[in-house]
Design a protein around this ligand. Structure first.
Ligand code: FEO
Length: 397
């Protein structure tokens, strides 16, 4: 099934309504996702990207109803990750000599995935490919946005930027365009995507956005490779990326904990109470790592100025769900955020020290030594937690 995007540009992708996990089990896709592939039918016929491997047959079958496959002149592979290149082997079995345009790193990645020596044509920023009727595709390398091979392709005259992963969302909808979907859902999926996938590359995002805006090319549509297409004020998502790429923070403190017998949970609640007492304008969120979606937790970390992490001491360490989220937080390389720790203990009580060490290694600025409560917290211990919360507010600048 195809969908006309503009003039001679057609969406020929796949909507994956059932997808609930992406990147293995790493990323929750509670609203499914889409693999957007585009077909440009000018004097030359150009296919931009394909879809994820399990949909190869369906994709090629649908595409062959849209165009005689032999009439595809060029394939552009903006990015080699399997969700966009996965159907290439199936397609190339039908049209093995069709040239594939991609970056130098793209050739390495595609060969690394499929071990085929197709007719690759390496392009770099500023290179063009004529599609006829006075229109050109201009290539823009998007290195580390989010892979070394990533690039975008811009179609002149129609003013469409095919941005691949950048500006996308894991969001399957019957609607194709940004102005037609629920705006809160769209925002949530965009910020989750940025926080969980693009955070480590923020420096590159910032630079690339400036570079693209400096080109002063008109952009009427941003056709991403996931989710809805930006046609209404498409630069709004570029502006959001510019904001998110610069150590983004809201006035928020997020308390992340896990608990065995609810002692650490009660500490979390009283710390939150203390924060609210000190400043009721701060958004405070309490999230249990064993109950909440980890990608949603990461998104809340992304929004926070300060995070507080709580775990009781187990053996000589911390609960595994807390260790797991801290490993993920470390990998994302958040900048300019503060942290402190808390937790119950029965005898040796190492958890707070372990948490502080992990937070420091993850690049957080540690506010204080943290707070511990022996056994089940007494009323006095909970009052100390409230005072701890009030103290955190003083440092939440
Ligand atoms: Fe949507 Fe990096 O793949």
């Amino acid at each position: 099934m195809s969908f006309k995007i503009k003039n001679n540009i057609f969406w020929v992708g796949i909507k994956d309504w059932e997808l609930r996990k992406f990147h293995g089990d790493e990323y929750s896709t509670n609203r499914g996702s889409t693999y957007n592939s585009y077909l440009i039918k000018e004097e030359k016929n150009v296919l931009i990207d394909t879809v994820w491997t399990p949909f190869s047959r369906e994709f090629v079958s649908n595409l062959s109803k849209e165009i005689n496959l032999d009439e595809i002149d060029y394939i552009i592979t903006n990015h080699a990750e399997s969700d966009h290149s996965g159907a290439l082997p199936e397609l190339m079995r039908e049209i093995p000599n069709t040239p594939i345009y991609c970056t130098k790193n793209g050739v390495n990645s595609i060969k690394g995935h499929y071990h085929k020596d197709w007719d690759f044509h390496v392009v770099k920023t500023g290179d063009t490919l004529s599609v006829g009727n006075g229109k050109d595709i201009i290539f823009v390398e998007m290195r580390m946005l989010h892979w070394p091979d990533s690039m975008a392709s811009y179609l002149t005259k129609d003013n469409v930027l095919f941005s691949n992963d950048a500006f996308g969302q894991h969001y399957a909808s019957e609607f194709m365009y940004n102005d037609l979907v629920d705006q809160n859902e769209l925002y949530d999926e965009c910020i989750k995507y940025y926080a969980n996938i693009l955070t480590p590359f923020s420096m590159f995002v910032d630079r690339k956005i400036k570079e693209v805006l400096d080109l002063k090319i008109p952009i009427d549509i941003i056709a991403t490779s996931h989710g809805v297409i930006w046609r209404d004020n498409p630069l709004q998502i570029v502006e959001k990326y510019a904001l998110w790429a610069n150590d983004y923070q809201e006035n928020q403190i997020t308390i992340i904990y896990d608990t065995m017998w609810h002692g650490t949970r009660r500490m979390a609640e009283h710390i939150a109470k203390g924060i609210r007492e000190a400043d009721d304008k701060i958004t405070v969120k309490i999230l249990s790592t064993s109950k909440y979606d980890k990608n949603d937790i990461i998104t809340e970390v992304f929004k926070s100025k300060t995070i507080l992490i709580g775990s009781p001491t187990v053996g000589k360490g911390i609960l595994s769900s807390i260790a797991a989220i801290l490993e993920e937080i470390k990998g994302l390389g958040f900048k300019n955020k503060k942290a402190a720790s808390f937790g119950c203990y029965g005898w040796s009580g190492e958890s707070v020290k372990v948490l502080n060490d992990l937070l420091e290694k993850a690049g957080f600025s540690i506010i204080n030594d943290g707070i511990r409560a022996l056994w089940n917290p007494t009323d006095d211990a909970l009052k100390e937690c409230q005072a701890f919360g009030r103290e955190i507010v003083k440092n939440n600048k």
